[in-house]
Design a protein around this ligand. Structure first.
Ligand code: HEM
Length: 455
């Protein structure tokens, strides 16, 4: 079988200075890596005043995320500063007691029985996309990235806010989010250069970010108020409010609930949308993979629309997703700051150092994968010769801070690929070169226009 190898940024062979890397990182974070980056295990560099370490070996990744979780629990100052106006002390950027109690409150909401319930919303929303695409007609062009963005935003809105409110409010929240993201395009200068952060806060960009954050707060507050008035709701917010009222101490304030809702909305759709867009691109370039996908869907489902219980019966569809997020991890760099002095592999790690774990490197590491740059879903099937190393494959991170929405995202993705592929093929116009764009998340650059074929 001939495997497809999607193009990737050129890997330089000469050593670069820290300044060269910073300049290059401003235009493309994925182009700074050398050929050797996909072979080394642990690296340190001093960038201006900041000590930066890169954990690039599964044993060290485990040490950072699991064994020494307490030391490396805290997100990087860049991440905290960029998201604080929007998320306050929300789960994504909090640490210590606050993080632990907010996390404990939310974990039950992602239990399989809830995800099974949410899957009904997933299926009906995906079916609406099927109807819309059918209306657009055979051979029409669709912009796959925004289409997947709209689908996953609708799914998380309806799950969080309920069918009716979700439909009404999703557009409003998405627009305000886009505004916020645009305003924090550059991470604050202060975190790398140690200029006082208050100087950064008064820049025009931050002013725009604050204005966009206020808009999101107002919309979400209104939704929470409306939810609180209704009874017997199966929405994520209703479950969160009800779990909170059962707490004897440490109950979240209304503002903290709002922060958590915003975290779930933010973390719960763009990553999935990017993964799905990459999956469609990869499938379109691999006729044999596409054939196997169709064969599995025909055999397991026939003309029937899949539901939650079918997800486990579609291992090849799942393997396509697993392989898409290996090649294109939606969160390509995970950063933490050391909260105390530490030593790893005899290297001293001063308190305040940045510890980077880079799925982009680990997922293509020469020691852990055969033919690492090629698209080979079979490596994730049960009978594969070489089992992926658990800590060399971390699209959802690992340890106590692992993505709580992992199952939600997996079920949503497998159902989306299965249902859409039952009805359509997506092909890439001849000669199209698909590039990537890497900011907080990794996605195809541009809209990824593809041709829709009705099956
Ligand atoms: C393909 C889909 C997804 C991927 C690849 C993904 C990946 C990740 C990663 C890598 C992190 C850790 C980030 C870090 O440590 O800096 C994370 C955190 C998180 N994700 Fe996901 N995610 C996905 C879907 C979802 C969904 C659907 C939800 C919610 C419905 C969600 C909610 C969260 C939350 C709340 C956190 C913060 C957890 C904490 O800090 O304790 N994610 N995700």
């Amino acid at each position: 079988m001939k495997h497809f190898t999607p193009p990737y940024p050129k890997r330089h062979t000469e050593k670069q200075s820290a300044i060269q890397s910073i300049l290059q990182a401003r235009s493309d974070l994925l182009s700074i890596w050398s050929e050797d980056s996909f072979k080394f295990e642990f690296m340190s560099q001093k960038i201006l005043k900041q000590h930066v370490f890169i954990a690039n070996d599964p044993r060290i990744v485990k040490e950072v995320f699991v064994t020494k979780h307490k030391i490396y629990e805290r997100k990087s100052p860049q991440m905290e500063q960029a998201l604080e106006p929007l998320l306050g002390d929300g789960l994504f950027i909090s640490h210590g007691e606050t993080w632990a109690s907010h996390r404990q409150l939310q974990m039950p909401l992602f239990h399989t029985k809830f995800v099974q319930n949410y899957s009904k919303i997933m299926v009906s929303t995906i079916m609406e996309t099927v109807e819309e695409w059918k209306k657009q007609g055979d051979k029409s062009t669709i912009n796959v990235l925004p289409e997947m963005g709209q689908l996953t935003a609708e799914i998380i809105s309806r799950t969080l806010f309920g069918e009716t409110l979700g439909r009404e409010k999703s557009g409003e929240v998405v627009t305000a989010f886009a505004e916020y993201q645009a305003s924090i395009k550059q991470t604050p200068l202060s975190s790398f250069t140690n200029i006082p952060s208050w100087l950064d806060k008064f820049s025009i960009k931050s002013f725009k970010a604050l204005r966009a954050a206020k808009r999101i707060h107002a919309v979400v507050d209104e939704i929470i108020d409306l939810t609180a008035k209704k009874e017997n709701q199966e929405t994520l917010i209703a479950h969160l409010l009800s779990a909170n009222t059962q707490l004897e101490e440490n109950a979240l304030t209304r503002e903290q609930i709002r922060n958590e809702v915003i975290v779930l909305f933010m973390a719960g759709h763009e990553t999935t949308a990017n993964s799905l867009a990459w999956a469609w691109y990869l499938i379109s370039q691999s006729p044999e993979v596409e054939q196997k996908l169709h064969a599995e869907l025909d055999e397991v489902l026939g003309d029937r629309t899949p539901e939650f219980s079918d997800v486990a019966k579609l291992p090849y569809t799942r393997a396509i997703f697993d392989e898409a997020v290996r090649l294109y991890p939606p969160v390509p760099i995970i950063s933490r700051q050391a909260s105390e002095d530490d030593t790893i592999r005899k290297k001293h790690i001063p308190k305040g150092s940045l510890m980077l774990v880079v799925p982009w490197l680990l997922h293509r590491h020469k020691n852990h994968w055969d033919d690492p740059d090629s698209f080979i879903p079979e490596r994730f099937l049960a009978g594969a010769e070489r089992k992926p190393n658990k800590f060399a494959y971390i699209p959802f991170s690992a340890g106590p801070r692992v993505c709580p929405g992992k199952n939600f995202g997996l079920v949503e993705s497998v159902l989306s690929i299965a249902i859409l592929a039952q009805h359509f093929r997506l092909t890439l116009p001849e000669g199209t070169l698909v590039k990537h764009e890497c900011r907080l998340t990794l996605r195809p650059k541009g809209n990824l226009p593809m041709t829709l074929e009705i099956r």
